[in-house]
Design a protein around this ligand. Structure first.
Ligand code: 13P
Length: 322
């Protein structure tokens, strides 16, 4: 049930006070609800938030995002307390590639005589990162792959659509894992075509986690921070069709209010039902109540795991030194 504005304001005030008492900062991804983004100390895409997390002065980070993001913040900040409002906030991509499956694939490729490096999307568990050579996000994947020794083959996990896009941009052949994001996988090409007809001068911006059929329709392909910068760079008012989680429209609207933004709908793979506002259900587990409660209880907390040590070397090399 939606909170009344007075209750929402009271919750926001309570969170601000708890934040001071707990020496905490709130980091929020662009896919969480608008009111959480507005309350956060820092907002951004996966790479920006991971880098921001290293600059934080306070002893506690509340990560309004999903599990792999909070885990990455902890990997980069072992001495800090990292809280995640709901431990259930997972990711279909992370689920699609376990450490056992990855190790088996790497073994198979080695047995076949391939000399390869493993490039892993940040949307994975720490155990998977620990088995990788590089960790990338949508915003640095192309750059990282371009720097890899051309004599080496590349195993890219787990997002096949991002992988295919990176292959196209870098002209590097890669072994692709068959994973995909439940949000980006279901954008409707048919509805996008209809919206383009209704708005003939519109620009299409799409996240590289979308299938190729959607990316072929895009004027700009990029992660969430690149989208924000792109719309800010356009001074002339435009209609922009947005092909990513619909909550992304909030930061776009806030930073480039000269444009009109239209969310492209998805069609549920299971039921065929239309999702007018296609949103990540895991990101949706971040609510003002869950943020208040985790600050009050000091839990759920991301606990340091033995595999974080190996993951840390890869993440530091990929995000902070590269
Ligand atoms: P960005 O790094 O572009 O914000 O993407 C995050 C994500 O998980 C997309 O599904």
């Amino acid at each position: 049930m939606a909170e009344s504005p007075a209750n929402t304001q009271a919750l926001v005030e309570e969170i601000k006070q708890l934040k001071e008492e707990q020496d905490a900062v709130i980091l929020a991804h662009y896919y969480v609800d608008a009111q959480i983004q507005d309350l956060a100390d820092l907002t951004g895409d996966s790479l920006k938030l991971a880098r921001d997390a290293v600059q934080v002065q306070r002893s506690t980070i509340v990560f309004a995002g999903v599990h792999f993001m909070a885990e990455t913040a902890k990997i980069l900040n072992p001495e800090k307390r990292v809280l995640l409002p709901s431990l259930e906030a997972g990711c279909s991509l992370a689920e699609s590639c376990t450490a056992e499956q990855l190790a088996a694939k790497q073994e198979e490729l080695r047995r076949q005589g391939h000399d390869f490096v493993t490039v892993t999307y940040v949307n994975t568990t720490a155990e998977v990162k620990a088995l990788s050579d590089w960790v990338v996000t949508s915003s640095n994947a192309v750059d990282v792959v371009r720097r890899i020794d051309p004599k080496k083959k590349i195993l890219f996990v787990p997002d096949q659509h991002l992988g295919r896009y990176v292959m196209q941009e870098t002209k590097r052949e890669m072994f692709l894992w068959p994973g995909s994001c439940i949000v980006h996988e279901i954008f409707s090409l048919q509805h996008l075509a209809k919206l383009k007809e209704q708005h003939p001068n519109a620009l299409v911006i799409a996240h590289p986690e979308c299938p190729k059929s959607i990316l072929d329709q895009a004027d700009m392909i990029g992660g969430t921070e690149k989208m924000r910068r792109f719309v800010m760079s356009l001074t002339e008012p435009k209609t922009i069709l947005v092909v990513t989680d619909a909550n992304m429209i909030h930061p776009l609207q806030k930073h480039a209010p000269q444009h009109q933004y239209v969310p492209v709908p998805g069609v549920s793979a299971e039921t065929g039902a239309l999702c007018e506002l296609n949103r990540c259900p895991h990101m949706g587990l971040n609510t003002l109540e869950s943020i208040r409660d985790c600050l009050k209880r000091g839990a759920p907390e991301i606990q340091w795991q033995p595999c974080f040590e190996a993951a840390q070397k890869v993440v530091v090399r990929s995000f902070l030194e590269h």
